[in-house]
Design a protein around this ligand. Structure first.
Ligand code: SAM
Length: 210
């Protein structure tokens, strides 16, 4: 199933998809986030489009003060429940990232895992994210690329919602790209993402102030 259906608003589609006991993308963190988590400096982390909270809960368990934002109230309720079950605290906020203010210079890490929106919205959100990082803070991203469309293992059906590495480098101008790669990998995350997939992974850092 693709990541959103065109029959209702994106928020409604996501609410319908999340409205079940099962965690659609599982309760374990994204593999790329787990791989690079040591590179996020200690301090507060903002998880964009965080869904049901698997990444936020993982980061809270590593000692970060975590804020998770998603447009879906159903997902955010599940994120709060997962945090409670795991005995960690997260701040979980229902908001549309198109309007949501990101506090400038406040975050040691900003995480964007499988956030697929039109390029103008993505660019606007990521500009705010860049300004939101503290000096030395990192931006962590994994997303499907246009080559994913049609594979049937997850992600949106519209390639315009998926970024290439070149587009992301443009979106993230001003940050130093420490990891930037497109690759084919097996993504096993709940029933929502399951199988060989075409993804882009980025770890980018705001320069430390001198
Ligand atoms: C594929 S899910 C990924 C969820 C989570 N990042 C994860 O990896 O488990 C995409 C998420 O993006 C959220 N989303 C899409 N557009 C959004 C927007 N404009 N504002 C806030 N959340 C948005 C959806 O509600 C959905 O939860």
């Amino acid at each position: 199933m693709s990541d959103a259906t065109p029959t209702s608003s994106p928020r409604e589609s996501w609410n319908q998809r999340y409205d079940r006991a099962e965690y659609v993308f599982g309760t374990e963190p994204n593999d790329f986030l787990r791989e690079v988590a040591d590179r996020i400096p200690s301090g507060p982390v903002l998880c964009l489009a965080e869904g049901e909270g698997r990444n936020a809960v993982f980061l809270a368990g590593r000692g970060h003060q975590v804020t998770a934002v998603d447009q879906s109230d159903v997902a955010i309720a599940k994120a709060k429940r997962l945090a409670e079950e795991r005995g960690v605290e997260i701040e979980a906020v229902v908001a549309d990232l198109g309007q949501h203010r990101i506090a400038p210079g406040a975050w040691s890490g900003i995480v964007s895992i499988f956030f697929h929106v039109p390029s103008d919205l993505r660019g606007a959100v990521y500009r705010r994210a860049i300004a939101g990082l503290k000096p030395g803070g990192v931006f962590v991203l994994e997303a499907y690329t246009p080559a994913q469309v049609g594979l049937g293992t997850g992600g949106p059906g519209d390639p315009a919602l998926t970024p290439t590495l070149a587009q992301l480098k443009n979106d993230l101008t001003g940050l130093e790209i420490e990891i930037g790669r497109e690759l084919r990998r097996e993504v096993i995350e709940g029933t929502g993402h399951s199988g060989w997939s075409e993804v882009v992974q980025v770890l980018a850092r705001r320069a430390a102030s001198r």
